[in-house]
Design a protein around this ligand. Sequence first.
Ligand SMILES: Cc1ncc(COP(=O)(O)O)c(C=O)c1O
Length: 415
Amino acid sequence: MARYRADVSHLAPVWFSVTDLEVVSGHGSWVITTDGTEYLDFTCGIAVTSTGHCHPKVVAAIQQQAERFIHAQVNVYRHNLLEPLGAKLASITPPGIDTFFFANSGAEATEAAVKLAKQATKRPHIVVFSGSFHGRTHLTMAMTTSKTGYRSGYAPLPSGVFVAPFPDPLRRGADLDDCIEDFRRLFRTQTAPDETAAVVIEPVLGEGGYTPAPAKLLDAIAEICAQHGMLFIADEVQTGFGRTGKMFAIEHTSLVPDIIVMAKGIASGFPISAIGASAELMAQWPTGSHGGTYGGNPIGCAAALATIDVLTEPGFLDGVVERGAQLMDGLRALQAKHPRILDVRGLGLMVGTQLDDAALVAAVQEHCRRESRLLLMNAGTDSTTLRWMPPLTVSADEIDLGLTAFGNALDAVAK
Ligand SMILES: Cc1ncc(COP(=O)(O)O)c(C=O)c1O
């Protein structure tokens, strides 16, 4: 099948490539290459294009805003979409979270959350979980343990980051109590509570393998944080904005984090990120001690407001739950036929299928792309998990196309 190969002669080779396609446009769940071939894009810009590629309402909001203001620097003046976006976010985040700071990427927002936690608690350390991914800046690299490849060659990384174990999904809960006990022990052996500012967790491990954090682990984190005045930070960069069938994944529990970190799906692909906390907590962040040239960009705010309007349309999240169930059922049916699928897991449209070998994952991805024009990515420390992250607007027919492509690939390559 013909497909267009991108010319990369002037591009830094540091970017890894999932495909060598050059795309010129996208609509909904599809992207189109320079030679006009359409691909079903279940990579979704790495779980970013929540409303699909170029949703008409998001496009219109960006176009209209671009004619008014491209950049309105937040320290110089406050433009007229900042407060409406803050108010809108307050209406969709868990109760008590009502005040927001804007940045441009997930890593920057994660850094901001840790900086706020350090200022508010006057404590230096943080705790993260094994398999986590929080970004590629120096601090967020130190917080990232999903793969050594994200960290190696960059030492020394910032100190003061302690890593607690995250349960292995293939052990089906058998190691959960040990993980929780090790997490508790960390505060007796490595970082005392009164020197620990925050515990940071992804409610569903993203890069680390699309693994939901067990409710019991999240409960233990919330309990220990409350007991010792440490802040509970939910990194919802990948899980937020409807991805798991709730607006935020933490809503699958009754817990409310102290700080919630948001990016990716917030604006359908326009680079804007945010952290949210209570007004009381935000008030402890000294004015001028953090900021950034582009944070709160007006086009980003317009794209976020339009995206949230789409995500909050009546029944929208029910659709995510239905499509997620359809996907999960279809994958489980394939698992019954193919013993090399070790696990099917996830929440909403954040679903992982763990296979028994990374080479098989790569062969399945390649078959899906070559024979069915379906784009998929992998995840997990050993790259053994295929991750399903279609846009939240994906149709039932498109999910079926994806399942058929995956089934055909398994039939062809999973001997
Ligand atoms: C949970 C989580 N946190 C943080 C990040 C970093 O986001 P960015 O790549 O926008 O810096 C990612 C990116 O994949 C992520 O999945």
